[in-house]
Design a protein around this ligand. Structure first.
Ligand SMILES: [Zn+2]
Length: 487
């Protein structure tokens, strides 16, 4: 068998002022052809799983394009058109194909196109005709009717933090081989209850998503049920289809797929209030962290998560740490390329005075004037050690550590959420030795930080990935929808 494989991945926060253009993809990942297989083989990613799964089934992969950028504002129409046209041209040039494997996000919004993946899938379908298409989608996909109707199979991650990406990639490759071989005949049901769950309430280790997945796991064990994906959705996208969705695949039994999807939709609706989430105010959180025995205490800056499209440059928690004279604290990481350049020019050991952060997203906090010593400089390259992205190189761009009275600020040039303690270790700071670790992440940090943290406190600071949805002005999402409307 021959499968075409490609990745186009972006989670779009439509409230972000940062346009996602070609440069943003180049900074994160933009590869073509065989290089994709070399870069992703054996990594904890969907592509890594697809490569592995294809090898296990003796499938030859025809690699096309791998494009991903850090979550931010709408993807530029120019880059989207370029990526789609490249993919379609590669499909036409690929020769006879038995299947198409796509690693997509599911919450990509393009300038002028609300449903990025729906549009891309329709272009692929038009090109390949009846050839089956299997797609992995992020847990935060805002799945549309167009996506569900166009793909043969969708496979959503079942975990948040996303620790099953490679498993889902392997599964997608295996199921596609089963479809091609005629061993299964997928019948699909898709449901979209009127729910927009905030990010911080979506974790799958406990809470409502755990309960829904427990129900889905039991259903998956039944005969003729192939797979169930529950998408919590990405709420910070003001598009009609944002929010939770349910996708059930059975083997040749439409009535069963429909019945299970209805049951899951009703269960999700009944749990809607449990997704609501409250975090600690900044001052209270910092005071509590300092009062706790033991270390490290993680202060999760959940509203400034670059992984949810926030700028990654807000300063409110840092401001409070400096105000109260905290010591033994690390802020990981603050996105500020200009501050990094100033540190590079000054050199290691130099004392610099500058304003950090608050430059891209001043609506959520002003720049903060600090004086400190340049402790470390780095090219920002490190290796993810997992559980997420294990084996994949991380690239933070030029990176500096500025030490302000033992509050260490890791300044980075490429936006990336703090989901791996390696992002602290590789610049020479021992995360276990710190009293306080500020991490800019909503949920993903938990996979690697929960095992090492003395305590975790979620902080309700300002930012574009806030789980307080009342802070955003939605005008285009379908209404009524919970919790924007009290239903
Ligand atoms: Zn996600």
């Amino acid at each position: 068998m021959r499968f075409f494989v490609a990745m186009v991945s972006h989670e779009t926060n439509t409230f972000s002022p940062i346009r996602t253009d070609r440069g943003q993809f180049e900074a994160r990942d933009l590869r073509y052809g065989g290089e994709i297989l070399e870069a992703y083989r054996g990594t904890g990613t969907c592509l890594g799983g697809m490569i592995d799964g294809a090898a296990a089934r003796g499938v030859t992969l025809v690699p096309s394009l791998a494009a991903s950028a850090s979550p931010a504002g709408r993807v530029s129409k120019e880059f989207y058109d370029e990526a789609r046209d490249r993919l379609v041209a590669d499909l036409r040039a690929a020769g006879p194909l038995d299947g198409v494997l796509l690693d997509l996000h599911g919450a990509m919004v393009v300038e002028g196109i609300d449903d990025g993946e729906g549009d891309l899938l329709q272009a692929v379908r038009t090109t390949v005709g009846a050839v089956p298409i299997a797609v992995t989608l992020d847990f935060h996909a805002n799945v549309t009717r167009a996506m569900a109707a166009t793909a043969t199979l969708l496979h959503g991650y079942k975990t948040y933090p996303h620790v099953d990406m490679d498993a889902r990639g392997r599964e997608a490759a295996g199921r596609l081989a089963d479809v091609v071989a005629g061993r299964i005949r997928p019948t699909v049901a898709y449901r979209q209850p009127p729910m927009l769950p905030p990010i911080a309430g979506q974790l799958t280790t406990r809470g409502p998503m755990r309960r829904l997945y427990d129900l889905a796991d039991a259903m998956e064990a039944r005969p003729r049920v192939l797979s169930i994906s529950l998408f919590a959705g990405f709420p910070l996208a003001d598009i009609p289809d944002a929010g939770l969705s349910i996708y059930v695949v059975t083997d040749g039994d439409q009535a069963l797929a429909d019945a299970l999807a209805d049951e899951l939709a009703a269960a999700a609706w009944a749990l809607r209030r449990e997704f609501l989430h409250a975090a600690l105010p900044v001052k209270g959180a910092v005071a509590r962290a300092l009062a706790l025995d033991g270390r490290p205490v993680v202060l999760a800056d959940i509203a400034d998560n670059t992984g949810g499209g926030a700028a990654g440059d807000t300063t409110e928690i840092l401001r409070e740490l400096l105000r109260v004279g905290a010591r033994g604290a690390t802020v990981a990481c603050l996105w500020d390329p200009a501050a990094v350049r100033a540190c590079l020019e000054a050199g290691v050991g130099a004392t610099v005075s500058l304003a950090v952060g608050g430059k891209i997203d001043p609506g959520h906090g002003a720049p903060l004037a600090v004086s400190g010593r340049v402790r470390t400089l780095s090219d920002g390259r490190f290796m993810h050690k997992g559980p997420m992205f294990r084996g994949l190189e991380g690239r933070l761009g030029p990176t500096a550590v500025l030490d302000v009275n033992d509050v260490k600020i890791i300044l980075i040039s490429h936006r990336w959420q703090t989901l791996d303690p390696e992002m602290i270790r590789f610049v020479g700071i021992d995360p276990l030795g710190e009293k306080i670790l500020v991490v800019k992440s909503s949920i993903h940090y938990r996979a690697a930080f929960e095992p090492i943290a003395r305590a975790i406190l979620e902080v309700d600071a300002p930012g574009l990935s806030s789980s307080n949805l009342a802070r955003f002005t939605f005008t285009r999402v379908r209404r009524p929808i919970f919790p924007l409307d009290d239903m």
